[in-house]
Write a protein that binds this ligand. Structure first.
Ligand code: FES
Length: 107
């Protein structure tokens, strides 16, 4: 499989429920990955965009966290309800501004 044009790295890190940092898996990120994969298949975009599970992205308190590359944009507080909009954006080569926690640093 060739290198894709874009990637969505979805944190699926899981911590103990007592850990104050929380974790994305505990908030449902595994279902978000599945939803994104299905949404990309539905758009015929599997050869240009890949959704992957990731370890911690250091946005734990703001999880569910996703990083979109090569745009280098971090999404936070993502829910399953955001999956279709995220898929539309990544296929179009854009971002979902309302979910952006940390835009690409300029310079
Ligand atoms: S646990 Fe998901 S960003 Fe840290």
């Amino acid at each position: 499989m060739p290198h894709r044009e874009r990637y969505l790295f979805v944190c699926t890190n899981r911590r103990d429920e007592k850990d104050p940092r929380g974790s994305c898996a505990a908030k449902g990120s595994e279902d978000v990955v599945k939803g994104l994969k299905a949404a990309l298949v539905a758009r015929g975009a599997m050869k240009v965009v890949r959704a992957c599970s990731s370890s911690c992205l250091d946005l734990c308190e703001e999880g569910i966290a996703i990083v979109q590359e090569p745009d280098h944009v971090a999404y936070a507080n993502v829910t399953l309800a955001d999956v279709e909009e995220l898929a539309d954006a990544v296929v179009a080569g854009t971002v979902v501004a309302r979910l952006v926690a940390h835009p690409k640093a300029s310079g």
